[in-house]
Design a protein around this ligand. Structure first.
Ligand SMILES: Nc1ncnc2c1ncn2[C@@H]1O[C@H](COP(=O)(O)OP(=O)(O)O)[C@@H](O)[C@H]1O
Ligand SMILES: [Mg+2]
Length: 264
């Protein structure tokens, strides 16, 4: 599903602010894999997502998505393939539009070029889908999304993303801004959707325990490199302590990052 081959990325090349984020970076992800990604601030996690989305272009190397080379392809051309969710619960939906209108927009993303209207059967479909979130949102089709809580909005964003039938899902700390209870709800919803729809998923989290519990592969990034790549079997016996110890051994330094990284 993903092949990044010898990609390098340099910001502000040739200036005093030159920043080489990736140098001969390689990563392959198979269809259906659910990869969790951890790493210190500035490790390049979000920039990796930007490379995959086409928000930034690599200076050298190739990027393939779903067997197709997209290295030079602009963001809007890949958008249909990719579902990306950010930390900010307000980012994925439009506050001043109703739930049903927001959901129409995501359907249009899925059926590009086709004009579809808000028919009775479509409303019923939205209701059924919202009911699966178990948040009572199926009764609030006409409410503005701005009235929802952060957790409800992030759940709605997830549902809309799934309905737009992406080939690749990129979740960038998508529960980090939620309180623990809502984070838990959105996380279990994430797991359910990934399983139900067999979505190829990359999920960045600052919570190491989360990264261990979810998915079937775990990557740890540091300074633009994947320093640990742990498969499903090895992941089963993993603990936060073991992860931190592995990091120190490989990088010959202490795991320095915010306290949140060690939270469970
Ligand atoms: N648009 C940009 N211009 C310049 N530097 C950038 C840009 N985007 C990211 N960076 C730099 O790339 C590095 C990786 O950042 P990022 O991918 O956001 O880290 P992470 O998400 O792992 O915390 C950082 O040094 C950051 O300052
Ligand atoms: Mg980031």
């Amino acid at each position: 599903m993903i092949a990044i081959q010898d990609a390098s990325l340099i910001f502000n090349a040739g200036t005093p602010n030159e920043n080489r984020v990736f140098d001969a970076f390689n990563l392959t992800v198979k269809k259906g894999e659910f990869v969790t990604i951890i790493g210190s601030n500035g490790a390049g996690k979000s920039t990796l997502f930007n490379l995959l989305s086409g928000t930034v272009m690599p200076n050298t190397g190739r990027i393939l998505l779903n067997g197709r080379e997209v290295t030079k392809e602009p963001e809007f051309k890949r958008a249909k393939t990719i579902g990306r969710i950010f930390q900010d619960p307000l980012a994925g939906t439009a506050s001043n539009m109703s739930l049903e209108d927001n959901m129409m927009v995501c359907l249009k993303k899925g059926f590009k070029g086709l004009t579809i209207g808000l028919t009775q059967s479509r409303r019923l479909f939205f209701k059924e889908q919202l009911a699966t979130l178990q948040m009572g949102l199926e009764e609030r089709l006409k409410d503005n999304v701005g009235l929802l809580s952060g957790g409800q909005r992030q759940a709605l964003t997830l549902l809309m993303m799934v309905l737009s039938t992406p080939k690749l899902v990129l979740l960038d700390e998508h529960t980090a801004a939620l309180d623990p209870r809502n984070a838990e709800i959105v996380l279990s919803l994430t797991s359910r959707f990934v399983k139900e729809y067999g979505l190829t998923t990359l999920m960045v989290t600052h919570n190491m325990q989360q990264a261990i519990d979810l998915g079937n592969r775990l990557l740890m990034m540091d300074a633009g490199e994947v320093v640990l790549d742990i498969g499903a079997e090895e992941k089963k016996g993993l603990t936060v302590e073991k992860l931190v110890a592995m990091f120190s051994k490989i990088r010959n330094k202490k795991f320095t990052s915010d306290e949140a990284l060690l939270s469970r």
